[in-house]
Design a binder for this molecule. Structure first.
Ligand code: ADP
Ligand code: GN1
Ligand code: MG
Length: 363
């Protein structure tokens, strides 16, 4: 069976009424497999978002699904009074046996969401209005989850944003050189080694633990087609306890340059100040009230730090033979790494200006 047939077969185990018609690969994520599934219900076409969870990355899919179930239910309850509330949070569709996932015969875990209509994601930012909206949506998401009742969420990937551990793994990859590729990445390895001091900038700051998203890429928020509003935060596998500035940092990484994450023309990769300003304004418009002064002071540092963290993760994957991220060409991971490192240089050139802006807005 092809992967699409697997997805269609898995869809049959969920509480979807009508006749299943097709499953089409969807989105541009690097880890899970996503499909838009269409079902015909009495002549009306209904869409669903079906995903296969990558269980070599997420080791405990039932725990992960329990997190998602709690998080989506909590947000749904808090916005039940709003018009359009069912487009403002993901809604899981239970399996026919009542569970929130389906496990197939090959041991794969699947889940299904209601499809949110009239909204879409973008891989690259096009306007400051989009940047503002994305940041506001991620800020609102943190704010909504500030009231999540105990117990603590599961760590779906332990040490996910423990940057010093990521750095140690990178150093081990250089030393082992299992794929014999260090020869092709000398300038990138040198850049990473020269920037080691960034790795402790947030962990050493004694910040409060919060419920955070941890993968706040620009393409993980749906923007409403009609109004442009950041309507729904998606891709919830990494929602777990974390530090708030990391979420802001990944917005800086993915929502300030006009380029894609894997742009090969590095002269086009640049931290655009107006985009950064829109991110700060959007994020603080939703999260400004609960963030501490220390968290706000670290927003610029977080942008640089997370760009570095993801850069060394791409570099590590290149050096170890492309085992983690999906790649679409042989040099994909080193291309992605170079883009991140170029963005860090651009941030470093504007860091003082960025910090002054944050100081002026973070009252
Ligand atoms: P990945 O881990 O592959 O990035 P995502 O959860 O981000 O998976 O979903 C992939 C893409 O599918 C998103 O970029 C978005 O365009 C779309 N998507 C995800 N969930 C929904 C949904 N419930 N309704 C409509 N589109 C969705
Ligand atoms: C992965 O699954 P996706 O594509 O949203 C990765 C993130 C990285 C991102 C880089 C679980 O996210 O940590 O920031 O790629 N997710 C995981 O694009 O490792
Ligand atoms: Mg995604």
């Amino acid at each position: 069976m092809s992967k699409q047939q697997d997805a269609l077969a898995a869809s049959g185990y969920f509480q979807i009424t009508g006749t299943l018609v097709s499953a089409v690969p969807y989105g541009s994520g690097h880890i899970n497999d996503s499909y838009c599934v269409t079902a015909d219900r009495a002549g009306t076409s209904m869409r669903y978002l079906i995903q296969r969870i990558n269980h070599s990355v997420f080791k405990d899919p039932p725990a992960l699904m329990q997190n998602i179930q709690r998080v989506t239910a909590h947000i749904a309850q808090s916005i039940a009074h709003l018009p359009d509330h069912d487009r403002r949070v993901l809604t899981l569709i239970p399996a026919k046996d009542g569970q929130v996932f389906h496990r197939d015969e090959q041991g794969n875990y699947w889940r299904a969401y209601r499809f949110i209509q009239n909204a879409r994601t973008f891989d690259a930012v096009e306007s400051t209005a989009q940047a503002f909206q994305a940041a506001r949506a991620f800020g609102r998401f943190q704010q909504q989850l500030a009231t999540l009742p105990p117990p603590r969420l599961h760590d779906t990937i332990p040490g996910f944003h423990h940057t010093p551990s990521r750095f140690a793994t990178f150093q081990q990859a250089v030393a082992a050189d299992v794929a014999n590729r260090t020869q092709y990445a000398k300038p990138e390895i040198a850049f990473a080694l020269a920037h080691e001091s960034i790795t402790t900038a947030l962990l050493g700051a004694n910040l409060p633990e919060r419920v955070t998203h941890n993968d706040t890429k620009f393409n993980n928020v749906l923007l409403d087609d009609a109004t442009g509003e950041g309507i729904c935060v998606i891709d919830l596998d990494t929602v777990m306890p974390g530090l708030a500035p990391y979420d802001f940092g990944d917005m800086v990484r993915t929502t300030t340059s006009p380029t894609l994450e894997d742009e090969r023309d590095l002269s086009r990769v640049t931290m655009q100040f107006p985009m950064f300003e829109a991110l700060v304004r959007g994020y603080l418009s939703a999260a400004g009230d609960f963030l501490t002064r220390a968290e706000k002071q670290l927003l610029v540092t977080a942008g640089k730090l997370i760009t570095f963290e993801i850069g060394i993760r791409f570099l590590t994957d290149f050096l170890t033979g492309d085992t983690y991220y999906k790649i679409h060409r042989p040099s994909h991971n080193i291309d992605r790494c170079r883009t991140q490192f170029r963005l860090i240089e651009s941030i470093e050139q504007q860091e003082e200006h960025m910090q002054r802006l944050v100081e002026s807005l973070a009252v």
